[in-house]
Design a protein around this ligand. Structure first.
Ligand SMILES: [Mg+2]
Length: 270
């Protein structure tokens, strides 16, 4: 991994900009800083302006783990060309058999988790307090995204203990979900075939985009970086020793500068 703000990073950006690439962006931790409360996240006015300007030059996709309708709200009126939610599963067509199957699996997992609440300790059972789709379990939140589930434990009194408790509870779910970790979260998926990597490849193939630039910050974004695809420039927000991204930004606050550089590069290439 090399710093994006370096000679090689900027040279790669220029090379991609010459091909009018698709800009694909994760949302949480990439376009916005992570918040202790996922309901409190919002897109800064600077990022809104950058995205609007970006879209004047190139196609823009947001590829997020969020529930798609919520993602639309979080974009705060900023129009994008493609909005894909649930880590690549949800393209906005609920009639797809894949989604109907996912919905039924997620419903079953949710019922099982409700029937036998996560072990005590920090988790005192269901508070039934719904907030923007989150069930609050005394600091552990289950985010029901219709086609996938995310369990957040960054606010648990003892996150390590919560992680072990959740892990034990998840191991009993039937049928077994595909589980991926992340920044104090567990993501539960119906299958391993669809992820952000496969979704980005599908989007490029269907829309005829020869090149793409992808920014992401977390484990499920590694599904894109791991492709090490010659036509995808992968940039991770935050350095990570095991990342497959070619470049990294030191922190989320650098995203605004990265998009400003991208806009300048696109202007030069026009
Ligand atoms: Mg993220």
């Amino acid at each position: 991994m090399h710093p994006f703000f370096s000679k090689t990073g900027i040279a790669a950006l220029r090379e991609w900009c010459r091909h009018r690439p698709l800009f694909a962006l994760d949302y949480d931790g990439t376009l916005t800083a992570l918040a202790n409360d996922p309901c409190e996240v919002s897109l800064s006015t600077t990022m809104q302006a950058r995205l609007r300007r970006l879209r004047e030059s190139v196609p823009v996709a947001v590829l997020s783990g969020r529930h798609r309708p919520e993602l639309e709200t979080l974009l705060n009126g900023v129009a994008v060309d493609f909005m894909i939610g649930n880590h690549g599963l949800d393209w906005g067509d609920p009639t797809r058999p894949e989604l109907q199957q996912a919905q039924s699996l997620v419903k079953g997992w949710l019922e099982q988790l409700q029937a036998s609440p996560l072990p005590a300790t920090a988790l005192d059972g269901w508070s039934r307090r719904w907030r923007c789709g989150l069930v609050d379990l005394s600091g552990v939140w289950i985010e029901d995204k219709q086609y996938t589930l995310t369990l957040h434990y960054r606010n648990a009194a003892d996150p390590d203990q919560a992680m072990a408790a959740i892990s034990a509870a998840l191991s009993g779910l039937q049928p077994a979900p595909q589980i991926s970790g992340g920044k104090r979260v567990f993501n539960l998926f119906p299958n391993a075939e669809t992820n952000k990597g496969s979704a980005l490849l599908r989007l490029m193939a269907e829309q005829g985009f020869g090149r793409a630039i992808f920014f992401g910050d977390d484990d499920t974004d590694e599904d894109v970086f791991r492709l090490e695809h010659p036509d995808i420039l992968g940039i991770r927000v935050g350095w990570h020793p095991d990342s497959h991204a070619r470049f990294y930004l030191r922190r989320q606050q650098d995203m605004s500068k990265a998009l400003a550089y991208s806009l300048a590069c696109l202007r030069r290439a026009a």
